[in-house]
Write a protein that binds this ligand. Structure first.
Ligand code: AMP
Ligand code: TRP
Length: 345
């Protein structure tokens, strides 16, 4: 087996309303991985346009995700932060993967079914082939590790299937060109954020999402302290006091979610939190949660606002990251084209 150097890649869509789920499921993990790996963090604007985006809002949201990355502690100098559309290799490799992936594989993707809903015939072709572009994002850098929230697990498995099929379909050419027995690594998902699946504050059975029409369902990274407090106060609960152990969450998804959020923000396990708060009424627990949430998130929100006041600085970060991403990608894309038999000058 070819030994690929460890490299982290992940992406976040600039579709507005960055929330606590993105933060606890993905971004805090991005920050933690920087000490151990070379990391590439991408604002995936080409994925965003698989559903309609207002052009001005798209540009604003691209800068906002970049600001959130930096505010949360990503070091854009030691690692790479850029927006996808500035590096044309993503689209080029995605085309190749459109020809590797099978219709049947994409037909199984639950996110397409959810997003396309009943109007499948009306969904963009890009929404259907979205996972092929995601595989291209990762494999353009031969990345080996991909931190994501739970909802991306199926897409990651598809990326592995694509890498595997490319490696077998072209095995002879890969060996002949001196690349050994594998051209692409099979990327590993890292679903290890402090909370891999944060649920809506209004309905503990739905995940917290950027597109939920109710703003009360999520805590946005841009919310100020008063807004965070209001949303936690209005969060759905049940009349029982908090349980003393995890078994007591049975049939109580909202209680489980709020305790999960508290634990993730405090850096504690759910069991540890329950020994502290078991038996409390929600009113009391919500005060504690508000204090912790405001203390952890308000500084990130404030730093985002400060960075957003200087769009030229953000654009420079993206341009610099895109330049370095292009350099890394160029030989890998060249090799893939060579393997396929595309003549290149
Ligand atoms: P997206 O907003 O879909 O671009 O997602 C960006 C990252 O946040 C991905 O790694 C997702 O898996 C993660 N994520 C999105 N929503 C949640 C959630 N409710 N809980 C945990 N992680 C999430
Ligand atoms: N599909 C991911 C999401 O919606 C975003 C994404 C695009 C991504 N390309 C990626 C995540 C590559 C990890 C690796 O959250």
């Amino acid at each position: 087996m070819t030994d690929f150097p460890m490299r982290v890649f992940s992406g976040v869509q600039p579709t507005g309303n960055l929330h606590l789920g993105n933060y606890l499921g993905a971004i805090t993990n991005f920050v933690a991985l920087q000490d151990k790996f070379d990391c590439i963090y991408c604002v995936v604007d080409m994925h965003a346009v698989t559903v309609w985006q207002d052009p001005q809002a798209l540009a604003h949201n691209t800068r906002e995700v970049t600001a959130a990355f930096i505010a949360a502690g990503i070091d854009a100098k030691s690692h790479i932060v850029f927006n996808q559309s500035q590096v044309s290799g993503h689209a080029e490799l995605a085309w190749i993967f459109n020809c590797v992936a099978r219709m049947g594989w994409l037909n199984r993707m639950t996110q397409f079914k959810e997003k396309a809903g009943k109007h499948r015939e009306n969904a963009s072709v890009g929404l259907f082939t979205y996972p092929n572009l995601m595989a291209a994002d990762i494999l353009l850098y031969q990345a080996t590790h991909v931190p994501v929230g739970e909802d991306q697990k199926q897409h990651l498995e598809l990326s592995r299937d694509i890498a595997q099929k490319f490696n077998t379909d072209f095995a002879t050419a890969i060996a002949e060109k001196g690349f050994g027995d594998q051209y692409f690594p099979l990327p590993e998902p890292l679903i290890t954020g402090p909370a891999a699946r944060v649920m809506s504050l209004r309905d503990g059975t739905n995940k917290m999402s950027k597109s939920d029409p109710s703003d009360l369902s999520r805590i946005n990274l841009s919310d100020d302290g008063d807004t965070i407090a209001k949303k936690i106060r209005k969060a759905k609960t049940d009349p029982e006091p908090l349980p003393h152990e995890a078994a007591g969450f049975e049939g109580r998804p909202e209680a489980q979610n709020l305790v999960g959020i508290y634990a993730a923000l405090a850096g504690k396990s759910g069991d540890e939190v329950l020994t502290e708060v078991g038996g409390q009424q929600f009113s009391q627990f919500k005060e504690r949660l508000t204090e912790l949430a405001v203390a952890s998130l308000a500084p990130v929100g404030a730093e985002m606002t400060r960075l957003m006041d200087d769009p030229a600085f953000i654009d420079q970060v993206l341009a610099d990251g895109a330049g370095r991403a292009r350099e890394l990608a160029a030989p890998i894309l060249h090799g893939a084209k060579d393997i396929i038999g595309f003549i290149q000058s």
